[in-house]
Design a protein around this ligand. Structure first.
Ligand code: IMP
Ligand code: MG
Length: 178
């Protein structure tokens, strides 16, 4: 598995300290209120766990699963809900927790969805952002890192469901997915 990685971009320690920084900001921004963090399965699980441990205000946890990729490395542009929210979010402060934004299609769709379910406020916390690849504008309030356009794996991110368990974010060698 490690031999498929071209370069390690962010170590576990770097990601943990970034999660601490973002968790602090969230705690300050929502002081005296509650938030519902919605992790997008499965890519966000590692970041979700690290981020939520750093949030010091009451914080509820929910998950959604959507699909826009299949098993290829290119977005199909179609978003399907595979697992919906467990709880109502009407009148709640929602923070969507994502691993990475590429075209922005997934998050753009989800923002509309949460709005239609009556959320009081909706913000995004995302570990990685491929700004060059954006097709729809997305405002990310809590961002970890801006990254170049490489295919990344580890720390929850996969290629064809593999590499999610790597404890760092790495660049996948091109010959593995081309
Ligand atoms: P978007 O809808 O094009 O923004 O796609 C976002 C989703 O694509 C993320 O939640 C990931 O599941 C997946 N994705 C985008 N880029 C990568 C990558 O470099 N590695 C692994 N998954 C990725
Ligand atoms: Mg994802």
């Amino acid at each position: 598995m490690i031999s498929d990685i071209k370069e390690v971009l962010y170590s576990e320690e770097q990601i943990r300290s970034k999660a601490r920084e973002l968790g602090k900001r969230i705690s300050e921004d929502y002081r005296g209120q509650e938030v519902v963090c919605v992790g997008i399965l499965k890519g966000s699980v590692m970041f979700m766990a690290d981020l939520l441990k750093e949030i010091e205000i009451p914080c509820y946890m929910d998950f959604m699963a959507v699909s826009s990729y299949g098993n290829s490395s290119q977005s199909s542009g179609i978003v399907r809900i595979l697992k919906d929210l467990d709880y109502e979010i009407e009148g709640k402060n929602v923070i969507v927790v994502e691993d990475i934004i590429d075209s922005g299609i997934t998050l753009n769709y989800l923002m509309g969805y949460f709005k239609s379910r009556g959320a009081k406020s909706i913000e995004i916390a995302c570990l990685l952002n491929k700004h060059e690849r954006r097709k729809v504008e997305i405002d990310v309030k809590y961002l970890g890192y801006d990254v170049e356009d490489h295919f990344l794996v580890g720390y929850g991110l996969d290629f064809a469901e593999k590499y999610r368990n790597l404890p760092f974010i790495g660049i996948l060698k091109e010959e593995v997915y081309k």
